[in-house]
Design a binder for this molecule. Structure first.
Ligand code: LFR
Length: 467
């Protein structure tokens, strides 16, 4: 077998370890382990259970070995913006507080009083989301400044796992850009912004780009697993890895569809113009210093929460079926409203929104689900109009990637609403992007364009057109 790489891909609702290797001109995947991830409440904050997640990673490595796979390398990606702070003994000073936690309420507005919105955007190119790292750090500075004074290391979630694996600290570039503290042009921490906010600069690590070899496993892990492997940096921001596997490059808008829907295009430069700011598009750093010009749409989080609020009585497939049967129901909500970030009950929040906007109130699971899907499609259409206005051109295709691309009803709805060809796949886009980046580092693949060609003929891509 050719060299095998192991991708650890952890999203907001689940994590997986997937091994990948080349066979002829195909990329082969083997899922070795899957686990749940969810928010937990601790000390009055919503957090990630970082210790259990690391244990899951280790359990997954054991599983991989039990399946007879001996990966040459491992690479980790997770969601963005969240972080931990370590003291001088490398002990955690904080929980890994999750971005949906309310600690950042009002922080964005306070930061704008110190640094104007325009300047922040011109320098970082990053969209304004109340949960960006910059506002999380600012909230710590306001409520617990002593923590920041004690902090010796700022590590984002994948950086922390990498540190636990190797003993080496670094801030990976793609994820670092999501903090809104990295200059979009120099690709370094923006020291002026940090000074103005009064945030200790010393805690930030050197920024290392994807395709860097960080190190190998710590001695005690080598003893535990009975073997060693390279720890490589993919795009550690999951969306960064996902977009690497968009097989269609020209005239195509991608939607990375999971807990969030990330909709946009890839560029070789950041677009920090006023219109992009007004429409709140981001320019997140990608592999090979490409930029993802995209915006966050609330995504399948809404249906995940609806499912949970119905006590998991219906599967996703059942909710889709029920939505399909609710043909006469047309109410829509603005999915991008902050009220849907972490409502006490998603179903009730959707119902309240419909009542306030004098629309028919969804009462059955099918109506609620249809309302979510229809509303998502409207939000996609709006984002597409904005992209086409900024680019002054029409895009012909939409490539939906990630777990959400298995929702055929939504794919058809996107094709019908936008009147564009919709291509759906690959499903495991993030893990694939993570793996091909490792294979490039190992010299198995030459570059991103070779990787994309290979992805295109290795995985099923379904087509949907307006009926
Ligand atoms: C998707 C994602 C998005 C980011 C959001 C919060 O999983 O990484 O790109 O905006 O989660 O981190």
């Amino acid at each position: 077998m050719n060299k095998c790489s192991l991708a650890v891909d952890i999203g907001a609702s689940s994590g997986r370890l997937i091994a990948g290797y080349l066979e002829g001109n195909q990329l082969k995947l083997e899922e070795v382990y899957r686990f749940e991830n969810k928010l937990i409440k601790h000390n009055n904050h919503y957090c990630w259970d970082i210790k259990s997640l690391f244990q899951e990673i280790k359990d997954g490595i054991h599983q991989c070995l039990e399946k007879g796979l001996q990966p040459e390398s491992i690479g980790i990606d997770t969601w963005a913006v969240d972080f931990v702070l370590l003291d001088e003994f490398d002990q955690l000073l904080t929980d890994a507080i999750a971005y949906r936690d309310s600690r950042t309420d009002g922080m964005m507005e306070e930061v704008f009083e110190i640094i104007s919105k325009e300047r922040l955007y011109l320098e970082t190119g990053i969209q304004f989301q109340k949960f960006n790292t910059i506002y999380q750090l600012y909230s710590i500075k306001k409520s617990n400044p002593e923590i920041l004074n004690k902090t010796k290391s700022f590590l984002m979630i994948p950086d922390y796992f990498n540190f636990l694996l190797t003993g080496k600290k670094a801030n990976e570039y793609t994820n670092a850009t999501s903090t809104q503290l990295v200059n979009a042009f120099t690709k370094k921490w923006d020291k002026d912004l940090l000074d103005q906010l009064g945030i200790n600069k010393e805690m930030f690590q050197e920024i290392k780009p994807p395709k860097t070899e960080l190190g190998t496993l710590r001695e005690e892990l080598v003893a535990e697993f009975g073997f060693d492997m390279k720890v490589l940096l993919p795009a550690t921001h999951d969306t960064g890895s996902a977009v690497v596997s968009v097989p269609e490059e020209d005239d195509t808008i991608y939607i990375s569809s999971g807990t969030w829907s990330l909709i946009g295009v890839e560029n070789s430069f950041p677009i920090c113009i006023t219109k992009a700011l007004d429409y709140n598009f981001t320019n997140e750093g990608g592999l090979d210093y490409r930029y993802r010009f995209l915006k966050n749409i609330m995504g399948l989080w809404m249906i995940q929460e609806v499912k949970r609020n119905y006590d998991d009585q219906y599967s996703f497939a059942e909710l889709v079926d029920l939505a399909n049967q609710s043909t006469g129901f047309w109410s829509k909500v603005n999915v991008d409203h902050d009220r849907f970030l972490l409502p006490d009950n998603m179903i009730e929040e959707i119902q309240k929104y419909c009542e306030e906007t004098e629309q028919q109130i969804p009462t059955t699971p099918g109506e609620v689900a249809k309302c979510v899907f229809d509303s998502l499609a409207v939000s996609y259409q709006t984002a597409i109009n904005q992209i086409e206005e900024i680019y002054e051109k029409e895009f012909k295709k939409i490539n939906v990637i990630g777990g959400g691309c298995q929702n055929e009803m939504l794919n058809q709805l996107i094709a019908d609403t936008t009147n564009k060809e919709v291509l759906a796949g690959p499903v495991e886009a993030t893990a694939i992007g993570n793996i091909v980046s490792q294979l490039m580092t190992l010299g198995e693949l030459t570059d991103i364009s070779e990787a994309r060609k290979m992805i295109k003929h290795s995985f099923e891509i379904k087509q949907f057109v307006n009926k």
